[in-house]
Design a protein around this ligand. Structure first.
Ligand code: SAM
Length: 215
């Protein structure tokens, strides 16, 4: 993805009350930050945050943490977050390779991956957020009946993910290559689109989705 640098975004994020800079200090203690025992759901690679922000608005009884690597992207979510009177959404600027430093064992209830970068070269496969390497990180932080939800329009990445997940401690519980093709299906009902999803649907691309749980 080509990124436009947004001047001052790193500083603005460091100063924002909605981003947790010392996130490692909260590993295993996120309920203290939120001040309640509600389940914690995270989106990795949240981009400008439309998806997780809508989820947080719709589900006040669940706590959400959005994770994004780049300040220039995250700053957009932080700006929108300021306008909302909600207390169940915070952000972390970090690379997801650090997940195990950010969360305790079994602390996370659900992981969302939306339109993750495909890393098409074989030698970069372990950087894909649906690689076995990432699923082994998810295994550490996700509670025993926790799930991973993944959406993409990239069929090669989706095929890779279906095969890869079955080589981990997880299994694919359900999946579709055409999420919008059956709007009555449980995979679609309540669907919240992401920024990328809106663009791809408008272009006529089919959206793939899978849900993975422990095998
Ligand atoms: N999820 C958003 C959507 O669907 O509109 C954004 C999709 S965009 C293609 C992928 C996002 O994931 C980018 O903002 C990128 O910076 C972020 N990302 C990629 N790898 C990441 C990683 N290892 N850790 C955190 N964020 C990552």
């Amino acid at each position: 993805m080509r990124l436009r640098n947004v001047r001052g975004s790193r500083e603005a994020i460091a100063e924002s009350e909605f981003t947790v800079n010392k996130f490692k200090e909260y590993a295993g203690r996120w309920k203290e930050l939120f001040g309640n025992d509600h389940p914690i759901r995270i989106e990795i690679g949240m981009g400008k945050g439309k998806f997780i922000t809508e989820l947080a608005k719709n589900n006040p009884e669940i706590n959400y943490i959005g994770i994004e690597k780049y300040s220039s992207v995250l700053i957009r979510a932080v700006e929108k977050r300021k306008e909302l009177q909600i207390d169940n959404l915070v952000f972390i600027r970090m690379d997801a390779v650090e997940l195990e430093d950010a969360f305790g064992a079994g602390e996370v209830d659900r992981i969302y991956l939306n339109f993750s970068d495909p890393w098409p070269k074989d030698r970069h496969a372990k950087r894909r957020l649906t690689s076995a390497q990432f699923f082994s990180r998810y295994d550490k932080i996700l509670k025993s009946d926790g799930i991973v939800e993944f959406k993409t329009d990239n069929v090669s990445l989706f095929d890779f993910s279906l095969e890869e997940i079955n080589s981990t401690k997880f299994k694919v519980e359900s999946y579709t290559y055409d999420l919008y093709g059956d709007k009555n299906s449980s995979l679609y009902v309540g669907n919240i689109s992401t920024e990328y999803e809106e663009k791809f649907v408008e272009k006529g691309n089919k959206i793939c989705k899978l849900i993975a749980c422990r095998a």
